[in-house]
Design a protein around this ligand. Structure first.
Ligand code: FES
Ligand SMILES: [Fe+2]
Length: 354
């Protein structure tokens, strides 16, 4: 299907085979309060879609151009609303339940029941709507009425002077926090990515600067890293040093800005939506201000290969499930773990405040 940027998505998300819910009630309650990517904007067609976040099924639909999100469960007898259709009712669009055809308008109000057309419907059959917004080509949802923090600011993807693409959605069988930790991890680049861009002859991790925002929602870290790069589109990979700036927004969203030189900049934006305790839906989009007319397909393939290197590793880490702040995990922090140390410390603080 075509997306808003004229690109295509060939693959459907894989089925989730792991159904572990988060067994720590405090952690589950906290995680419900962050924004998560639910869908690429382009994947939202004329009908409702279903997405699972933290084990909860959510339905998202566009009614009269406005996004509406709610539990994917009809308050009447529990039918999945994502199996319904959008219909016109008295001049406005409604989501029609697939079971008894209760009609819900864009405010979540139940406005019509074909089996009792004249009845005044009780307000308790209305849908409770969830915060839902569209930004930078992604539809974001929060399971709580009062979200913690903001949707990540990723304006690079909307710039008119960049080439860009959105990666196919993938389900990774890994904790979303481990996916974030890995995306922000420097010491693995020359090892895990030695076959793509990592400089295997230059493994020492340079010192990085790291700051946590006062509100505790963002971790920013910067470093000048050795890596391999092509100076021309088809040229050989040569060792270079590039400036990386990572901005991580809680819970599981990071933008990496890669500055190759004074002119060439690339942005990689990644967010992991927790499906269950140990599986995540991975969204990633890339933008660059150079090689605008270059081969997007080759760029996309390169990113798929790089992500595959990460995924293969993340899916075999043990234990599969640890506390989000790393407590009692048995893992050992080393000097190269600056981000993960700060990230887990932040989780510990936020959990302590709940
Ligand atoms: S279950 Fe939805 S209308 Fe009855
Ligand atoms: Fe990686």
């Amino acid at each position: 299907m075509a997306d808003t940027y004229g690109l295509t998505f060939a693959r459907e998300p894989e089925r989730v085979t792991d159904t572990h819910i988060i067994d720590d009630a405090r952690e589950q309650a906290l995680l419900r309060r962050y924004w998560y990517a639910a869908s690429y904007s382009s994947a939202l067609g004329a009908g409702p879609v279903s997405v699972t976040i933290l084990g909860e099924d959510i339905v998202i639909v566009r009614l009269d151009g406005e996004l509406v999100a709610s539990r994917d469960q009809c308050p009447h007898r529990g039918a999945p609303l994502s199996g319904g259709i959008v219909v016109n009712h008295e001049g406005g669009e409604c989501l029609r339940c697939p079971y008894h055809a209760l009609h819900f308008d864009g405010t979540g109000a139940a406005v019509h029941l074909p089996g009792a057309p004249g009845d005044r419907l009780p307000s308790r059959v209305n849908l409770a709507l969830l915060p839902c917004e569209e930004r930078h080509g992604i539809v974001w949802v929060c399971l709580d009425a009062a979200p913690l923090g903001d949707i990540p600011a990723w304006p690079a993807f909307d710039r008119p002077d960049v080439a860009r693409f959105q990666s196919d959605l993938e389900v990774w069988q890994a904790m979303p926090s481990r996916i974030s930790e890995n995306f922000n991890d420097l010491a693995h680049l020359s090892i895990i990515h030695a076959a793509t861009f990592g400089d295997a002859s230059n493994t020492a991790v340079p010192a990085e600067t790291l700051t946590v925002s006062d509100d505790g929602h963002t971790i920013t870290h910067s470093v000048t890293m050795p890596q391999l790069d092509r100076q021309t589109h088809d040229g050989p990979l040569v060792p270079v040093r590039v400036a990386y700036t990572y901005v991580h927004a809680m819970a599981f969203s990071t933008e990496l800005c890669i500055q190759y030189d004074d002119v060439r900049t690339e942005w990689i934006q990644m967010t992991a939506t927790p499906l269950t305790a140990t599986s995540a839906l991975v969204f990633q989009q890339s933008a660059r201000n150079f090689d605008i007319d270059g081969d997007i397909a080759a760029w996309r393939e390169f990113q798929i290969t790089v992500n595959g290197e990460d995924r293969d590793l993340l899916e075999v880490l043990k234990p599969k499930r640890i506390a989000i702040d790393g407590s009692e995990s048995g893992e050992i922090a080393l000097s190269v773990d600056a981000f993960t140390i700060a990230y887990r410390r932040l989780w510990r603080q936020v959990l302590g405040q709940t």
